[in-house]
Ligand binder design. Structure first.
Ligand code: FES
Length: 103
């Protein structure tokens, strides 16, 4: 699937992913702002992204644990997701993710 990350500096980075989580894809490709400190277990929020408003049906909804974690973040909004909780599949093709500010 084709995945676009928009960095906090407004740079678009287009990646191709087939398996694993979006966090892993971002870390493997050194996307700035996606650190994945907890290794993808939903406990650090260093993989926070905002899904493009028109693409929420591609990613689905955040789980309760994920939302609890996200709500602690100053940059939380209705499009927030922890991208380690999103597995790459063909449905994601074309998705655009804005990397959230960390401070
Ligand atoms: Fe830690 Fe996603 S990598 S919450």
């Amino acid at each position: 699937a084709k995945i676009t990350f928009i960095t906090t500096e407004n740079k678009s980075i287009i990646l191709e992913g087939t398996t694993g989580s979006l966090m892993q894809l971002a870390v493997d490709n050194s996307i700035p702002g996606i650190d994945g400190d907890c290794g993808g277990v939903c406990s650090c929020a260093t993989c926070h992204v905002h899904v493009h408003p028109e693409h929420v049906e591609k990613t689905g909804e955040a789980s309760e644990i994920e939302t609890d974690m996200l709500e602690l973040n100053d940059h939380y909004n209705e499009y927030s997701r922890l991208c380690c909780q999103i597995e790459i599949n063909e449905k994601l093709d074309g998705v655009v993710l804005q990397v959230a500010e960390s401070e």
